[in-house]
Write a protein of this length. Structure first.
Length: 204
């Protein structure tokens, strides 16, 4: 792969989507070949799966939920990530495999090793060059997420605490790839911290 793959992770209300958008504008201002994707989503099939996954009226088993996230991911990897990275693009992605490990693994109790094996299949072994993890206390994050909550946001505080713990465990497991940024300041101050990791990766 000739391009670079950067993912943005974090619990609900962590501001990761806002920061991903700021990085997109920053790299565009540098005339870099960059694009932003989101998970689940990014392509038509995956966006349709997203609607099902986040619909508060959807009822599904934890196993079904896990496999649907993987299916959405597999389609995006095949349709967009692989060809665009080969062409030299910098791909920014709002969530990736770490999300499934944190939310479905640590959150729902699905076996993490099984998720990792499925993840290798769905992504064809594609791993981010850099993951920026935005860490926030779950109660604070949920209060920032807004009044209308989707199916995942609507889950208990204990669930979201397990998700956060999962992310922190991943950051200890992969310290070279995952850079933890505390959500304890205004977004421009946080962006300055994000920018340090982006500049280091891209030699800017």
């Amino acid at each position: 792969m000739n391009g670079k793959f950067i993912t943005f992770e974090g619990s609900e209300g962590s501001g990761k989507s806002t920061q991903a958008a700021l990085v997109l504008e920053y790299l565009k201002s540098k005339k870099m070949p960059v694009m932003l994707l989101r998970e689940p989503g990014g392509v038509k099939i995956s966006e349709n799966i997203r609607k099902l996954l986040l619909d508060v009226n959807s009822s599904m088993s934890d196993e079904c939920e896990t496999l649907l996230y993987m299916a959405a991911r597999a389609q995006m990897v095949k349709e967009v990530l692989e060809p665009q990275l080969k062409s030299g693009k910098i791909i920014l992605c709002d969530r990736f495999l770490d999300s499934t490990i944190a939310y479905q693994g640590y959150g729902n109790g699905i076996d993490v090793k099984s998720i990792e094996q499925l993840g290798q299949f769905a992504t064809k072994g594609l791993t981010p060059d850099l993951t920026v993890l935005f860490d926030i206390q779950p109660d604070k994050g949920l209060s920032r997420a807004g009044a209308t909550k989707d199916r995942i946001e609507s889950r208990s505080l204990d669930y979201h605490k397990r998700v956060r713990n999962g992310y922190l465990q991943l950051s200890k497991q992969y310290p070279a790839r995952i850079k933890v940024i505390k959500v304890d300041a205004e977004r421009q101050e946080i962006f300055k911290r994000v920018k340090l990791s982006i500049d280091a990766l891209l030699s800017l």
